[in-house]
Design a protein around this ligand. Structure first.
Ligand code: CP
Length: 306
């Protein structure tokens, strides 16, 4: 694995290897081992052309724990605002001896474009591009599911909400399918379910009560209003009534179902606070596991973990 651009097409053994490698990093943090020297002398550049709280911060923590030097480019005060192209920005940062670029961009395909232009010993990790892919989020989601449910093969996983605009949903569907879950469901209003889900092996539901029946894992999604320019948006109140996850709707799933959300959450829109903060929520566990998963991805692409 030289770059991580998408989960689509990554074989099961490589996905499992990333999760297993991440698992070796979790006990280190618990034993208060703050750093390992795997990326000592390497430079990691965080390039976030879109806002982020979780992904950017956990990549920075992960790179620091691997002993890399981390540089966060502040895009708002960079020369990108003066019209410098993305590839010129990358060429200049490469001249500063970057080893790994972590890239979030509103344009689908931007990390792929960068990966095609960097030197062979430079690695690109997609931290979310447009509505295309968010592979490290999918990997930390897989880690979380495996942690709480052990085996993928008997699981029914429901992805609920704005699947159409969600890079997380797309990356999760590819990873879940490759890892062999029994069933993947997408639940949402017809206007927010993309065509082609059935061809990807996903069952679709517009009725939440039907879709949640006997589900082991529920992944809630935010309405991606920033990607719905010109579209007729449902009112928050109306959306919550039909697709918001309340304790009553959660009770339709299996009693030990876990509730996940990539964040940021909009409480009272797609999820009730009683569920977000409830005993079945593993939303903050996802965030913590994200550090170990991103350590694993960076150390594997850089060739520091075999
Ligand atoms: N899940 C996720 O990508 O969150 P951020 O936008 O805060 O990074």
């Amino acid at each position: 694995l030289t770059h991580l651009i998408t989960t689509e097409g990554i074989p099961r053994d490589i996905l499992t290897h990333i999760l297993d490698t991440a698992q070796t990093f979790v006990p280190l943090a618990e034993r208060d081992v703050k750093k390992v020297p795997l990326l000592r002398g390497k430079s990691v550049f965080n390039l976030f052309f879109e806002n982020s709280t979780r992904t950017r911060t956990t990549f920075e923590i992960a790179a620091t724990r691997l002993s890399a030097d981390v540089f966060n480019l502040n895009i708002n005060v960079s020369s990108a605002s003066k019209g410098e192209t993305l590839l010129d920005t990358i060429a200049n940062l490469s001249a500063m001896q970057a080893d790994i670029f972590v890239v979030r961009h509103e344009a689908s395909g931007a990390p792929y474009l960068i990966a095609k232009h960097v030197a062979p010993d430079v690695h690109v990790i997609n931290a979310g591009d447009g509505r295309h892919a968010h592979p490290t989020q999918a990997l930390l989601d897989m880690y979380t599911i495996r942690h709480f449910k052990q085996d993928f093969s008997n699981l029914t996983v429901a992805i609920v909400g704005d699947v159409l605009h969600s890079r997380v949903a797309r990356s999760n569907i590819h990873a879940l399918t490759t890892l062999g879950v029994a069933e993947v469901r997408a639940i949402g209003p017809l206007t927010l379910l993309p065509s082609g889900l059935e061809q990807m092996g996903v069952k679709t539901y517009t009725d939440m009560a039907q879709g949640l029946r006997d589900v082991d894992v529920i992944i809630m999604l935010r309405l991606q209003n920033e990607r719905m320019r010109g579209a007729l948006l449902p009112s928050s109140h109306e959306y919550f009534k039909h697709y918001g996850l309340t304790p009553q709707k959660l009770a339709i799933a299996k009693p030990d179902a876990i509730v996940m959300h990539p964040g940021p959450m909009n409480r009272g829109v797609e999820i009730d606070s009683a569920v977000a903060d409830g005993s079945q929520s593993v939303i903050l566990n996802q965030v913590t596991f994200g550090i170990a998963v991103r350590m694993a991805v960076m150390s594997i692409v850089a060739g520091a973990s075999s």
